[in-house]
Design a protein around this ligand. Structure first.
Ligand SMILES: [Zn+2]
Length: 242
């Protein structure tokens, strides 16, 4: 799915231990100097991501940088293998989640306690994955209000609550909001962050206010995909009075 010449939304099948078989929507921003990948898919499901990139007519080797919208395992899951496969790829994330993405702090949701309760084979895989996070190299900080030059221009909007360092990206040229997990599409309807996966729901709802007044024509949610329309009515109903 494309939004103009600069934005391609990937459709990647995902097998989630929590949600079962589902689909996620990482995004490629295209520029003269290469591709920017936004989020990397579920850990252990690298082939699905690569296939989606090839199906979009793009090459892995054209990826110059990776933006992580937040620390969750279905977003950073293929980061270690991508860093190995693409020499020199640059990484970007909000400082609120960098300690987790770089392996120096435990994940907020896939906690050591939770991992201990998983089947042995899964424990070994995820512990190997967490170990690899410590070898990613430098992650450049993205901050609220940063204007990124890629994909025709993208603004960083820090929307904590789902995780401390969660970000959305707004692309004014396409009037497109990449909402990551701050919004979802469920049964064709726009919805707020998933309560079961959002440790600080009041903060996540207050963060919706940062999207107030944005001229949005379309939204891409990592879970649920494309929604055509503005989020304003939903924001007012979920965050009214906040
Ligand atoms: Zn997610």
């Amino acid at each position: 799915m494309n939004f103009g010449p600069n934005v391609t939304v990937l459709t990647v099948p995902m097998l989630s231990p929590v949600m079962g078989p589902t689909v996620i929507y990482p995004v490629l921003l295209k520029d003269g100097d290469g591709l920017t990948l936004i989020d990397t898919g579920m850990f252990g499901q690298y082939d699905s991501l690569v296939q989606a990139i090839l199906q979009a007519g793009e090459q892995l080797s054209s990826i110059k940088r990776i933006i992580l919208t937040h620390q969750d395992i279905d977003h950073i899951g293929n980061l270690p293998v991508l860093v190995r496969e693409i020499p020199g790829v640059q990484l970007f994330a909000h400082p609120g989640d960098i300690p987790v993405i770089s392996g120096s702090e435990s994940m907020l949701k896939m906690t050591p306690e939770r991992i201990t309760g998983m089947p042995q084979a899964f424990q070994e895989q995820i512990n190997a994955f967490l170990e690899q996070l410590t070898q990613l190299g430098e992650i450049t900080e993205l901050h609220d209000g940063d204007q990124l030059p890629w994909g025709g221009g993208a603004e960083v909007i820090h929307t904590p609550g789902h995780t401390p360092g969660h970000i959305c990206l707004y692309l004014p040229q396409e009037k497109l909001l990449l909402a990551a997990d701050e919004l979802r599409v469920a049964d064709g309807r726009l919805a707020g962050p998933a309560e079961s996966a959002t440790p600080d729901m009041p903060l996540a709802l207050r963060s919706l206010r940062k999207l107030d007044g944005l001229p949005v024509q379309s939204i891409v949610c990592y879970h649920g995909g494309r929604y055509d329309g503005s989020p304003q009515v939903l924001i007012d109903s979920l965050a009214g009075g906040l």
